[in-house]
Design a binder for this molecule. Structure first.
Ligand code: HEC
Length: 318
């Protein structure tokens, strides 16, 4: 967003396809279309989100951890290397923390809905040389169906980020947050949470990520605050790709630019960072209102989404 389109993702996919000249074809409008079968039901894969099964923590300190984890779960830069460059986050595979029956990433997936997380495509550490895709587990399903015991989650997720995905060492609060988020998932809390992917939903996540940034900064944890702003930017990017109107896109890019500058100020320990962050939080409502007017003419609209997916099907080689 705001920068030239990343080539790496195309390179990864092209390499994974054995050098097929995929770069010649039109890029799909939504990034997630790159890791879904060409004939995936567009409404299921891109128009709807499964229920998030999250038990709201009663204790405020734990609630704050879960918020950090929830935002980090949706942020590509948490994963490093090829995965981050391709735009993958935890949520790309575990949609709303669940599975993803439409996940198909060349060289990483076998059947749709599976992934080999020891794939050397993502990792310089762990690539085990064997192609061993597994079904993506539903983290919001019954705990008895999960393999990793609660007490082992921290080292498991640390290994996932740092070794499987070659990510940078996450701030401790981010790792603790991811663990708290996964632990807070509870099948008793899924009901009624599924629904369409909407601007309002993305902007609610956006505001939650900025609130988490604020809380982290208030606690003196600048690296976590920087990452939470990255989480907010990742939500803006998902809104951006659904709009075709040039003015709306510019408006989003301008906001994103301010957030990028805010990250620089946070990194540099600038005193005015807190004020700037407060300003961005205050502007979120006006930004959403400005974008909402164009929502009916965007790929948030199911008919337009289905049409865009069809165009992609006609253009695509896979
Ligand atoms: C490329 C897809 C992919 C991404 C991205 C991904 N996962 Fe997973 N995840 C999987 C697969 C596949 C498994 C099952 C691995 C196995 O069975 O050996 C898994 C397993 C897990 C488990 C263990 C579930 C159990 O059975 O106890 C947890 C927890 C988890 N992932 C959390 C995360 C978190 C947190 C992130 C982001 C930091 C993440 N995953 C990113 C595909 C993915």
């Amino acid at each position: 967003l705001g920068r030239p389109r990343p080539r790496a993702a195309v390179a990864v996919v092209a390499a994974a396809l054995g050098g097929l000249a995929i770069a010649q074809t039109a890029e799909p409008p939504l990034r997630a279309m790159r890791w879904a079968p060409a004939d995936a039901d567009p409404l299921r894969a891109f128009g709807q989100a499964p229920a998030e099964c999250l038990k709201p923590p009663a204790e405020p300190a734990l609630a704050q951890k879960v918020e950090i984890g929830r935002a980090a779960f949706r942020t590509p830069v948490v994963l490093g290397g090829q995965a981050a460059r391709a735009g993958l986050s935890c949520e790309s595979c575990h949609r709303s923390g669940r599975g993803n029956p439409d996940f198909l990433f060349p060289g990483v997936s076998g059947a749709p809905g599976t992934a080999d997380v020891t794939s050397s495509l993502f990792s310089s550490h762990r690539g085990n040389g064997a192609f061993d895709p597994r079904p993506i587990p539903d983290l919001g399903g019954p705990k008895s169906a999960l393999k990793v015991k609660p007490e082992a989650l921290r080292s498991f997720i640390h290994g996932l980020v740092v070794e499987e995905f070659d990510g940078p060492e996450p701030p401790a609060a981010v790792l603790d947050g991811l663990v708290a988020y996964v632990r807070a998932m509870d099948p008793a809390y899924c009901a009624g949470n599924e629904g369409p992917v909407t601007l309002a939903g993305l902007m609610a996540d956006y505001s939650r990520a900025l609130a988490a940034a604020d809380a982290a900064l208030a606690g003196g944890d600048r690296p976590t605050a920087v990452l939470m702003v990255a989480a907010a930017r990742a939500r803006l990017a998902l809104a951006h790709e659904r709009f075709e109107d040039a003015d709306v896109r510019l408006r989003i890019v301008a906001e994103d630019q301010l957030l990028a500058e805010l990250q620089d100020r946070l990194r540099g320990g600038r005193r005015d960072a807190a004020g700037r962050l407060a300003e961005r939080r205050k502007r979120a409502g006006a930004l959403e209102a400005a974008l909402a007017r164009y929502e009916p003419a965007s790929l948030f609209d199911p008919d337009r989404l289905a049409e865009a997916a069809k165009r992609r099907l006609r253009a695509g080689p896979s």
